[in-house]
Design a protein around this ligand. Structure first.
Ligand SMILES: [Zn+2]
Length: 79
């Protein structure tokens, strides 16, 4: 699995809504990729903060900004 693939399913992963097979693939990647592991932690924390601010609304803005940051950091890492 590539780092970019994580992007597509990351938000489902942190919400615990992934199918078991997908979840396992991500976790296997996180075990070998400190970069993504660190990012998922940051992403999860951001979501928790957003959920704390407004429990009714999904934190779309937070998701978008964090995912954007992840894309950029992936690009830098691959260069
Ligand atoms: Zn990765």
């Amino acid at each position: 699995m590539k780092c970019e693939e994580i992007l597509d399913i990351l938000s489902d992963y942190v919400d615990g809504e992934l199918a078991r097979g997908q979840c396992q693939r991500i976790q296997e990647h996180l075990e070998v990729c400190p970069h993504c592991r660190e990012f998922v932690e940051t992403f999860r924390e951001s979501l928790e903060i957003a959920h704390g601010l407004d429990k009714k609304l999904p934190p779309q803005d937070v998701c978008e900004s964090v995912l954007q940051a992840f894309r950029e950091s992936c690009r830098k890492k691959n260069n």
